[in-house]
Design a protein around this ligand. Sequence first.
Ligand SMILES: Cc1cc2nc3c(=O)[nH]c(=O)nc-3n(C[C@H](O)[C@H](O)[C@H](O)COP(=O)(O)O)c2cc1C
Length: 212
Amino acid sequence: MDLKNIRETYKFNSLDEQEISGNPFTQFTEWLETYRKLEVKDSNAMAIATVDANGIPQNRIVLLKEIRPEGLVFFTNYESDKGEQLQLNPNISALFFWREQERQVRITGKVRKIEKEESMDYFRTRPHLSKIGAAASDQSKFIQSRAALEDKFNAFNEQYPEGSDVPMPSAWGGYIITPEVFEFWQGREGRLHDRLLFSKDKKSWKISRIQP
Ligand SMILES: Cc1cc2nc3c(=O)[nH]c(=O)nc-3n(C[C@H](O)[C@H](O)[C@H](O)COP(=O)(O)O)c2cc1C
């Protein structure tokens, strides 16, 4: 496979200090909305990196489910590997890659759990099988076979058939990422990409440019 000769040029757009919003949440929302209009599958997917007890980074995709004035919300299992890592170390990095628009947004910040009632409100809106899947999976824990997993799923599905009220698993819920840094990256020709960094300066945001 000849990977060395794969070369893309980036010329979709540019990003400068005059046009960018002074509020990174506004800018982020605008870019995400623009991307969503393309109707790309999983346009709200983000890679989140956490650090484990041995200092080793771990990364995986989750779905962004809400943008609040103070942060970004995703849902998961609090007893999963990522949940345990965030319990020990609430620092997180989130990354969005919007290929078709040659954009990347990198966020670093800290997480906290959202209120249980807020998680329950969202859980209720999930499709039935997603609720059953969440209930049947002790996320990140070993299981002896696929069949054993399906047995657990079927048992929950029998106990809580379609139309019944599936209780939210006690370990399931949302985290909110409170960003401290946002980096907006826009690909440009000749690899002279635009990179604008927002860093929190007390209550306001400072914008600076970094080299590509
Ligand atoms: C497109 C996509 C969306 C996903 N969305 C979620 C999600 O919203 N929440 C979640 O817990 N896992 C989600 N996953 C699964 C995670 O990537 C991961 O496998 C799981 O959360 C276990 O991670 P952990 O063992 O590091 O805790 C998604 C995976 C993909 C590929």
